[in-house]
Structure formats: structure tokens, C-alpha cells
Design a protein around this ligand. Sequence first.
Ligand SMILES: [Zn+2]
Length: 297
Amino acid sequence: MPPKRTFYRGRFAPTPTGPLHFGSLVTAVASYADALYHKGEWILRFDDIDESRKISESVDTILRTLEVFGFEWAAKPTFQTERKELYHSILSGLLQDDLAYYCGCSRKEVKDAGRRTELGIIYPGTCRNGLPSGSVGRSIRMRVNHKSTQFVDRFAGPIKQNLGKEVGDFVVGRADGYTAYQLAVVVDDSVENITHIIRGADLLTSTPRQLYLQIQLGLDVPSYGHIPLVVDSRGTKLSKSTGASAVSTDYPLNLLLAAWKFLGQSPPDRPLADVSEFWSEATNIWSAKRITTINKK
Ligand SMILES: [Zn+2]
């Protein structure tokens, strides 16, 4: 039985760099079904902070595709590019409070001096106590600690990360002037009062950084659930950058059922005529508990 109504606001945040592929459809289905089940709201946000990668017609294509699949969003879609000033004022605040600092290192300098881990290269801390003389601040890095940052993921269970050891002081303001995704997404989720986040498991290892930012900024921490990634025959995550094909809008019901199956959900027990019947059925039979397997990469 669906739970009693409590405030629930979920979101789907595609990058407008191409049409939706099956992997993004699965994420949209999971987050929407969970919101419907909780009698909550579901909104759309375009992760377009990296304007160099934006393809303007993708926004319309994505919106049209979501409509064909029967998704309904509770408010006008939002865009990260509309919040640039807010991100910058938050970055200034972090610098002022010494929670973040300017870094003058080039990518190569970090690569040469940094320690390599599973999650990438750990910044060696060169500019942590001030820019070396002659160096100019290029990016802004968050000062992390060596305590464990932890949370319980709805699907992946308890997650722990020692940011100091495993990630290092991470970039919140990019050298090219754009706000880094980690900070932008935290600000967005807070401004939009997002209570529940369901997204792909590729972001699981980023979540402790976002949690750390929420704590440092005194923001509420939403509930997180990371779903398994859809991979191709070579085991690579479907993504726009690897040229995953766009979902066809010819037979939306079939693709919704395929996404449903991928999410481990039990099939509807009656034949469905169209996408709106799918969603009214999905509202009742959605079971977050059936999502258990996570491929963390
Ligand atoms: Zn540096």
C-alpha cells in the first residue's frame, strides 16, 4: 500500500547534449514512479552548466520525448544556466569562510604531483595554504577533511568515503569559469526543495562530496537512491558521449515496460492500452525494494 502523504519532491535532471537514450529513460521512470507512489511532486531540471557542451535543440527534443512517454512535471523546467549568479555568490561565500581556496595548478601539475586512486588523481594540496608566489588562481577547490562522510543509500545501502584520503580537495569552481557540477547540483537540489534523489549508480561515488557541501553550507540532506546503470554489450554505460542511440517514440508503452523490467519491477497484471494506463498501474505496483543490485562503476 502506498505510504501516507508526506512532502516529497523528486527530480529528473538530464544534460541537454543530445536526445534521451534508454539509460536516461530508466532513470526518469524510476524517479517518476517513486514520486507518484509517494504522492509527491516531480520536476525537471536541465543540467546545462557546461555551456560548451549544450545543444540547444536537445531541450525541446527531451521535453517532447518525455511527453510522449506520459511524464508530467509539476513546474516549469529549470536550467542551471539561470542560476549562475547564485552559484557565484555561494562560491564567494565558501572562499570568504575559508572553506574553499584558489588553486593555480594546471591539470598537468596536478597529474604529476597527485596521488592516483580508484576515483582519479588526488590533488596534492599545493595551494591549500595560499597560492605559491607567481601563481594565479585558476580554479576553486573545496577544503576537505579526513573524517568519514557517510550516508545510507536507499538501494546501495551504507556508503562511506574519507574525502581526504579517497578524493582530495575537489574543484567547485572550474578554471574555465563554470561552476563545477558537484556544487551546482547541491545548490539546485536545495533551491528546488528536492527531498528524494534517484539517479544512476555512476554518481554514487560523487554523493559524499555533495553531502560534504550540504553540511558545510548548512543545507538539508535529501534522501539518495542510486539505480543500476544500463550498459551496452561491451559493458559500457549508455551515454550521450559514447553515442547511445535515442529512444524511439514510436512504441512508448513497450519501452516503458522494458525500463520497468530493467528496474526489477513486477509486470502489470493486466494488459495496458497506453502510457497513461501504464502510469496509473505503475503508481500502485512500484516497489523500491525490488531495486537491489548496483553496479558501482
Ligand atoms: Zn593548486
